[in-house]
Design a protein around this ligand. Structure first.
Ligand code: ADP
Ligand code: MG
Length: 403
């Protein structure tokens, strides 16, 4: 780990300090109540560690896309309530984003306590990475902890900007425990992968994952392609895909990847097709050469499932990002469920399995295999960027371990 973490700082270095923490508490809300608190739970270890050490914690996060203005629908108040239920130390909600009102409310916060400020994206300067906004947050404390892996691929005022601002005033900006774990698995564990190294890439769009595919292709032993993005590769092979989802603009890129990938790039050999993307659709299995006009490819076919599972079972390092089909509909979930079980079996047998992507994580949950996997990343865009070999602004801005 190149960047300093709160473990490096240690509890003596945290005691009595005012620590500004940027977490990713961007949970889905349904009529004002939290429908999935996974992101809140993922932030708890850092918050608990800091308060146990006797730090005063000022917590920042964004929630949704309130477009730079105050919008009560995106208040962090429900998140504060949930945090209070999950943590022992008291969590105070401060209904201001920054400034003198926030600073005043923070005067009552003691060591070992947490104050959560209002949604950072109520400020237009947040996504614009406005330095004056970063400085106003930096003024509130003496150390910065970035634990918001999910937003680390963006340079925002409360992430990269705040790290710069705290360091400019002589403070340290360090990684939280969640951030450190994500970096450890997505960056370091994959640096020298045990072989065979297999990547499984699926999902809706090839365009959003070209970076990952191109970065992984030269490093893996096999890269299995599934999901709608396989259709674009089929078109690059000159096959008919009927009414399937295809990114016409990416057919050329798919052709290039096929040329450079050679045997390492493995496409489905057959598909499950239907005329409609609905639960009780008439479904048939067909070779990839036999898709008829009006049909949609909605899952990989039975022969492909056997082929893919076989490759996965023999792997020692596995990266999985993107479902094999429209797994939200039972009739088209088989390919994705087979992969979920196969990666969990491989993991049980000693392989390292790293899963990224919100929909893939949902699929793994549906297959009930999450607990069997080595690491399930909490950050969609950020994990894709890391796997593609890109540097993350929110990480770059942190203090180096050596200096
Ligand atoms: P992740 O969130 O894991 O990165 P993506 O967001 O890239 O995954 O893609 C997930 C979506 O892709 C799912 O909603 C799934 O229904 C859709 N999908 C997968 N295969 C197909 C297909 N053959 N046709 C249409 N949509 C598909
Ligand atoms: Mg997704």
């Amino acid at each position: 780990m190149i960047k300093k973490t709160i473990s490096d700082v240690g509890s003596d270095g945290l005691q009595g300090r005012t620590v500004i923490v940027r977490a990713d508490l961007n949970v889905p809300l349904d009529n004002g109540s939290i429908s999935d608190d996974q992101r809140i739970r993922a932030s708890l270890p850092t918050l608990q560690t800091l308060t146990d050490a006797g730090a005063r914690v000022i917590l920042l996060s964004h929630l949704g896309r309130p477009k730079g203005q105050v919008d009560p629908a995106y208040s962090l108040a429900p998140v504060a309530v949930r945090l209070n239920e999950l943590l022992d130390p008291p969590v105070h909600f401060v209904p201001h984003t920054h400034g003198t009102a926030a600073a005043g409310a923070l005067e009552d916060i003691g060591n070992g306590e947490i104050a959560i400020l209002e949604n950072t994206r109520f400020e237009a300067g947040e996504t614009a990475n406005a330095p004056e906004l970063s400085r106003s947050w930096a003024a509130l404390g003496d150390m910065f902890v970035n634990d918001a892996f999910g937003t680390a691929h963006r340079a925002h005022a409360s992430t990269a900007g705040l790290a710069d601002a705290i360091r400019a005033k002589g403070g340290e900006a360090v990684a939280g425990l969640l951030m450190a774990t994500e970096l450890e698995f997505l960056e370091e564990a994959l640096r020298v992968p045990e072989r065979p190294f297999v990547a499984i890439i699926g999902g809706a769009k090839i365009s959003s994952k070209i970076g990952v595919i191109s970065a992984l292709l030269p490093r893996v032993d096999r890269l299995l392609i599934g999901g709608a993005m396989a259709n674009t590769f089929f078109r690059a092979l000159g096959l008919d895909t009927g009414d399937s989802l295809v990114e016409e603009d990416s057919i050329g890129v798919a052709r290039d990847l096929l040329a450079t990938g050679g045997d390492r790039l493995v496409l489905p050999v057959d598909c499950a097709v239907a005329k409609e993307m609905v639960e009780d659709a008439q479904r048939r299995a067909v070779d990839r050469t036999g898709v008829q006009p009006g049909e949609k490819i909605l899952d990989v076919g039975p022969r492909t499932r056997v082929l893919f599972v076989d490759v996965v079972r023999g792997a020692k390092t596995i990266v999985w990002n993107g479902p094999m089909g429209v797994f939200e509909i039972d009739s088209f979930a088989e390919g994705t469920m087979d992969i979920a079980h196969a990666v969990a079996d491989a993991c049980d047998a000693g392989a390292m399995v790293i899963l990224g992507g919100g929909d893939s994580a949902a699929a793994a949950e549906r297959a009930d295999v999450v607990d069997r996997l080595t690491h399930v990343s909490t950050g969609g865009g950020a994990s894709l960027e890391l796997l593609a070999g890109a540097e993350l602004p929110g990480v770059n801005a942190l203090t180096d371990r050596s200096g």
